[in-house]
Design a protein around this ligand. Structure first.
Ligand code: ADE
Ligand code: ZN
Length: 326
């Protein structure tokens, strides 16, 4: 077994974390009060009790409802600052965070309010905590490609604040190919590209994300083992998979952590990274994911060092920053 504190001390890089999914129930209540919004729960405890999911959609319904309390630039700052405090406590040195602009612009919050709040916190985190960052704008795949293209257009004034474009929300029934033109447009604007694929969806969606959207990383991708040719491709090209263990168990992708396929993914030399996805909803941040994995799967020290190195390699950090992170 590993030395005490090995996992806590391990320098970490997080590549798959939705900032709206870091909204803790306590902060949700505080912002609801501040913004005079009524929540359909009597208490923090009642809200936490509702976090009992049967699949991705049952989670997304609560996640979008929770995001309604985010109204002002200060709200987005407070949300992001709270996440960065967790990062500091857990030795997370570099973060690439997702945000879902359409969740906010569709209820009348200006994109500028969202981006200014997030970036003000991220820049303060870089200065005061030494945590480097990237911001990844995700299109909601349950909405139309026209809406995605419109969002991309609205993001033009903030191009320098955003490193990449991603694709999230309800996977089944919304294949990557639906967004081929939107991703082509994003590629022309020089964005890095990622997409959720193979979380609940089939291996075909992972192929589409790679071949049609031309993404550089696959978010989740745990379904890949069902297609040996895909596993070979992912290994040969060392395509990073941003795997989220707690999320997968909470959303019933795997029954228990002991059933998670992480070890098989590693054995097949896939470029796996570990991440928290929506830490406020799935029982914890990076360290809690590491600890739950270790308890159930008992990885070796070498495997942990491999996972850490993978995340640095897979990040969109500069070569200079990568050298510092190693
Ligand atoms: N949005 C937030 N978390 C998500 C997940 N795990 N899958 C798809 N969309 C998401
Ligand atoms: Zn996700």
């Amino acid at each position: 077994s590993l030395p005490n504190d090995f996992l806590r001390a391990l320098p970490k890089v997080e590549l798959h974390m939705h900032i709206e999914g870091s909204l803790e129930p306590e902060l949700m209540f505080r912002l609801a009060q501040r913004n005079h919004i009524e929540l359909p729960y009597d208490s923090v405890e009642a809200l936490r009790q509702a976090y009992d999911f049967s699949n991705l959609q049952s989670f997304l319904d609560l996640y979008y409802q929770g995001a309604n309390v985010l109204q002002t630039e200060q709200d987005f700052f407070d949300l992001t600052w709270a996440y960065l405090q967790r990062c500091r406590q857990q030795n997370v040195a570099h973060v690439e965070i997702f945000f879902d602009p359409q969740t906010h612009t569709d209820r009348g919050i200006p994109l500028e309010t969202v981006i200014h709040g997030l970036t003000r916190a991220l820049e303060q985190g870089e200065r005061q905590l030494g945590i480097s960052h990237g911001l990844i704008l995700c299109f909601l795949r349950h909405l139309s490609e026209e809406a995605a293209l419109d969002t991309l257009e609205q993001a033009k004034p903030f191009r320098d604040k955003i490193i990449g474009i991603g694709l999230d929300s309800s996977e089944l029934g919304h294949p990557p190919e639906k967004f081929e033109r939107a991703f082509a447009a994003a590629r022309e604007q020089g964005y890095k590209l990622v997409a959720h694929a193979g979380e609940e969806g089939p291996t075909e969606y992972i192929w589409q994300a790679l071949e049609r959207l031309k993404v550089q990383r696959i978010d989740h991708g745990v379904a890949c083992l069902e297609d040996p040719a895909l596993v070979t491709y992912l290994a040969e090209h060392q395509i990073p998979l941003t795997v989220c263990p707690n999320s997968n168990v909470r959303l019933r992708v795997f029954d228990t952590m002991a059933d998670h396929n992480l070890k098989t993914l590693l054995d097949k030399d896939l470029k796996v990274t570990l991440n928290s996805d929506d830490p406020a909803y799935f029982g914890g941040y990076m360290l809690e994911n590491y600890e739950n994995v270790q308890e159930a799967l008992n990885l070796s020290r070498a495997q942990w060092l491999q996972l850490s190195a993978n995340a640095i390699d897979a990040s969109f950090a500069s070569d200079t920053r990568k050298a510092q992170l190693y």
